[in-house]
Design a protein around this ligand. Structure first.
Ligand code: UDP
Ligand code: MG
Length: 313
């Protein structure tokens, strides 16, 4: 059985087209398939459309979050819900071409356990977005060794991988990297990012920023090491300047070097604040994790009896 997880947030215009196109491909691949729409707290009536579709088509199921919990949560809720031997994750806006599932499914049948779709081009994006993404991928690669360049959330996973992901205890996840982190035999297929079918991208700058920070802090402690190293570097400076100051003092020209003091004060002050900020990010992450709050709350289901107990953990 093939399950396809489709996170959707305010995708009213895209859901019917996605259900049709993805359903068509899945139907060609196997008779036994399910499309799981995870409505991430949409406010535009997406849920009614999912309910309508699931009444017409027994292959379609839906989950609805009680509010917007973010795409990561939607993906993980879908993975938990899926019962297939292979589980695909695909965007609802048809930017991930469903026809690629033919290739991905074939690779899975040939023994691959993680089939990743990588972007051969990044599609149309503005230069600012490109730079931000480039910097983020660079930091991730240098610090955690995970090469995320051109990767996407479009993947097909074997049941073993899905189980491994479902068992991860952490709440702040980063699907794109975790599916590589869990290991297993992986293969890649390339695709060109299609333009959005309808509507606008759901990622605001701040959402992306939060996503980037949470994935970096989730995968590497390098920023904390950098703080320690710069502390050591500044200690060396401090010793040299301290000696120079003492020598000056002994020679009776202690008033000199006022600019040095100001520059050092500003520099050290900002580095300290940066350090506190970075430690703060990690602390807040620990705080988030120990609160043990669920990753998402499901308020409704459609397309199957409501007898499962999924509390988001
Ligand atoms: N999405 C979601 N929750 C969110 C934001 C986005 O489930 O808070 C879904 C969205 O409906 C779409 C997918 O994630 O199916 C990718 O979102 P989008 O197209 O906005 O991102 P982009 O393609 O611009 O990276
Ligand atoms: Mg998109």
């Amino acid at each position: 059985m093939l399950s396809v997880v489709i996170p959707a947030y305010n995708e009213r215009e895209n859901i019917p087209a996605a259900a049709k196109e993805i359903g068509y491909v899945a139907g060609k691949l196997t008779d036994e398939y399910e499309l799981i729409f995870v409505d991430d707290g949409s406010k535009d009536g997406s849920w009614d459309i999912i309910c309508g579709l699931s009444e017409q088509d027994k292959h379609i199921r839906g989950l609805r979050f009680s509010r917007n919990f973010g795409k990561e949560s939607a993906i993980f809720a879908g993975l938990k819900e899926a019962v297939g031997d292979a589980v695909a994750v695909i965007d609802c806006d048809l930017q991930h071409p469903p026809a690629l599932l033919f290739d991905m499914y074939k690779k899975w049948q040939d023994g691959a356990e993680v089939v990743e779709a990588v972007k051969s081009s990044r599609g149309k994006e503005n230069i600012f977005y490109k730079m931000f993404a480039g910097l983020f991928y660079h930091i991730m690669k240098k610090s955690s060794g995970i090469d995320l360049d051109r990767t996407s959330d479009y993947k097909l996973l074997d049941r073993k991988v899905v189980n491994a992901l479902n068992e991860l205890p952490e709440r702040q996840t980063f699907f794109r990297a975790l599916s590589g982190w869990v290991g297993f035999k992986s293969e890649r297929v390339e695709f060109d990012v299609a333009p959005r079918n309808a509507g606008k991208s759901k990622w605001s700058f701040f959402k992306l920023y939060r996503y980037a920070i949470s994935s970096i802090t989730g995968f590497t402690n390098l920023p904390m090491h950098i703080i320690t190293w710069s502390g050591a570097l500044f200690f060396v400076f401090a010793v040299i300047l301290g000696i120079q100051t003492l020598v000056n003092f002994c020679m009776g020209n202690a008033a000199d070097g006022f600019s040095t003091v100001i520059i050092l004060l500003l520099l050290i002050g900002s580095i300290l604040m940066l350090g506190v900020g970075i430690i703060g990010y990690y602390l807040s992450k620990i705080y988030e994790e120990i609160k043990c709050r669920p990753r998402y709350i499901i308020s409704r289901r459609t397309g199957q009896p409501d007898n499962r107990k999924d509390n988001g953990h």
